[in-house]
Design a protein around this ligand. Structure first.
Ligand code: FAD
Length: 541
């Protein structure tokens, strides 16, 4: 293939959240931390319990999870980012152990259908880009910029990434032996089963569990949380409380009155309706996100069913209308299967760690599930907290730095999600027109769009700004190019003859590489143990 144009787009490194733990083991944990109480037994509660247990139980700190027998978990959340792979690796849990228990499948990325009406760009794939893509990524970025600058080169992202080839073929992202590249991937799984799996594991690892409803939260004179009182009048005290009570934020929001920043002005969706459909023979290895009249619909393959859901704005349509549109689109109009309706609160608390309370999961905030980022926030929050714990400093400065870091992640991710809506060209409903016309976007986003339209590289902007803490450069190029934000076809200058040769070389490389991968169902039937895999390769944020 011709020389790769220089572009610092996807630096690859062996970094996981767990990579530095060994170095810090010697540090003294903060004094006075003997007892941790986690309120809530959803995904957030059990993921937090597992990560905290790994760091704290060996130091004699007791961890207890309290879970209400009457308030259920949210029970949705079936897609992940590739970081979840690092979560299980860090805990030493093999895919061959957890995936079958959770009806899990492999995920190569997300297809976005019908978000753009620009000819040739009605559908694009947001890949989990990998080491192999370093060979083609430079060409993609170079060509995307050339097209913005008026040259008729191929700049749709689908042609440049191995994950896209795998998803198109329903292949799993695990290469056969001797394939020299590690392919990045995420998972799909059953949200209820993953909670049950982690519950079982956490208890095995020494976490205590109590089924009880917290009826009251008592504050100490200094404003910290002193204890929680259960419905049966038992008082439970702790040095650190972890709020995993879901959207209500019983401790962080209700008891401590931590201010909340709503994102409703630029992310309009606040409700969802979900229902399953039967799985097909050839299990896909991607999520499909299809734009609907008042929002979008997910289709997520598990080993035993598809999860489907319509995320919409209740300002634009009623729950009944949304359910009908969902049923129609998935062929379930006359089916007796019941749909589940959910409300969502979009935004974040200002302090994820306030006094002696750490908020994790929906209690700390939620950006709608378009890119399936919520479990990543849980993982990031707890892992970053463990970093502070391992460093032995629970002072105000450490707390402020922790909160700042998470807020930047939230804002950067929000801006990426907003871009899906802001760049849409649909005109079928007021909902889509209002999204495209919405002036209420961050300054960082305005600058990024201006840079793109000027034909300059996004790389320096993304590297410099907080916006790059949400999504890497590769993802920004995929969304801007995938939505087709280029001069119209008739206004483009013809490309040179070399361009066609270059594209044929890229096709050849990716097609040949894809031959190394197996069908998803075949692989799921016999997930190989981790020992045969190379080390995890992930992006540097
Ligand atoms: C429509 C939708 C789609 C989503 N899709 C994705 C996705 O694809 N990927 C992703 O990563 N995330 C997704 N999410 C988010 C994901 O579901 C959540 O982030 C995740 O499940 C964590 O939820 P949680 O544990 O914070 O809250 P919950 O699941 O609501 O758990 C709350 C827990 O608190 C307990 N509790 C509540 N009150 C009390 C009390 N008084 N006393 C004791 N216990 C109490 C409950 O019993 C429960 O155990 C989605 C969310 C929605 C709404």
């Amino acid at each position: 293939m011709s020389a790769v144009p220089q572009s610092p787009t996807i630096p690859v490194t062996n970094l996981t959240y767990s990579s530095r733990i060994a170095e810090r083991r010697a540090a003294t944990p903060p004094p006075g931390l003997r007892r941790v109480v986690i309120v809530g037994g959803g995904s957030a509660g059990w993921m937090a319990a597992m990560l905290l247990a790994q760091a704290m139980i060996p130091r004699g700190i007791e961890i207890t999870v309290l879970e209400s027998p009457t308030v259920g978990i949210i029970g949705v959340g079936e897609g992940s980012t590739p970081w979840l792979r690092g979560f299980f690796e860090q805990l030493g849990i093999e895919e061959s152990e957890w995936m079958p228990d959770c009806n899990a499948t492999y995920k190569c990325g997300i297809t976005f259908d019908n978000w753009s009406t620009r000819p040739g760009f009605e559908s694009y794939f947001h890949p989990f880009a990998s080491m192999l893509d370093n060979l083609t990524m430079g060409h993609f970025v170079h060509n995307a910029q050339a097209r913005v600058n008026g040259l008729d080169v191929h700049a749709h992202p689908n042609r440049y990434f191995i994950s896209t080839r795998l998803a198109e073929g329903g292949l799993a992202p695990k290469p056969a032996r001797n394939f020299p590249f590690d392919i990045w991937y995420g998972y799909h799984f059953d949200a209820v089963l993953i909670g049950q799996f982690l519950h079982k594991k956490a208890v095995e690892r020494g976490v205590k569990y109590k089924s009880c409803h917290v009826a009251d939260v008592k504050l100490a004179e200094n404003g910290d949380i002193a204890s929680v009182t259960t419905k049966d009048s038992e008082t439970i005290s702790a040095d650190l409380f972890v709020d995993c009570t879901g959207f209500q934020g019983l401790l962080i929001q209700k008891a401590l009155a931590t201010p909340y920043v709503s994102f409703a002005n630029n992310l309009f969706n606040d409700a969802a309706v979900a229902m399953p459909t039967p799985i097909v023979d050839k299990i896909p290895s991607q999520t499909i996100s299809t734009a609907m009249r008042h929002g979008w619909r997910w289709k997520i393959p598990l080993t035993n069913r598809f999860g489907n859901g319509y995320v919409y704005s209740s300002q634009s349509c009623s729950a009944d209308e949304a359910e009908r549109e969902l049923r129609e689109s998935i062929g379930m109009l006359d089916s007796p299967t019941e749909a589940r309706h959910l409300k969502m609160k979009i935004g974040r608390v200002t302090k994820h760690w306030n006094r002696n309370c750490l908020a994790v999961g929906l209690s700390q905030g939620f950006i709608e599930p378009l890119e399936a980022t919520a479990l990543l926030f849980i993982q990031r929050t707890v892992s970053t907290f463990v970093d502070v714990f391992e460093a032995g400093d629970f002072g105000e400065k450490a707390r402020d730095a922790f909160n700042e870091k998470l807020n930047v992640h939230f804002e950067g991710t929000r801006d990426y999600i907003v871009t899906h809506y802001k760049t849409n060209t649909r005109t079928d409903t007021e909902y889509w027109k209002a999204n495209a016309a919405n002036p209420d976007i961050s300054e960082a986003l305005k600058q990024l769009y201006a840079t793109w339209m000027s034909g300059r590289s996004l790389v320096p902007d993304i590297g410099r700004q907080a916006i790059g803490r949400g999504y890497p450069v590769c993802s920004w190029y995929c969304i801007m190019a995938g939505m087709g934000i280029f001069p119209e076809g008739g206004k483009l200058r013809p490309a040179s003859g070399e361009h066609a040769t270059e594209m044929a070389e890229i096709d050849n490389l990716l097609d040949r590489s894809a031959l190394n991968f197996r069908d998803q169902r075949e692989l799921l039937a016999a997930i190989p143990p981790r020992a045969t895999e190379p080390s995890l390769q992930v992006y540097f944020w």
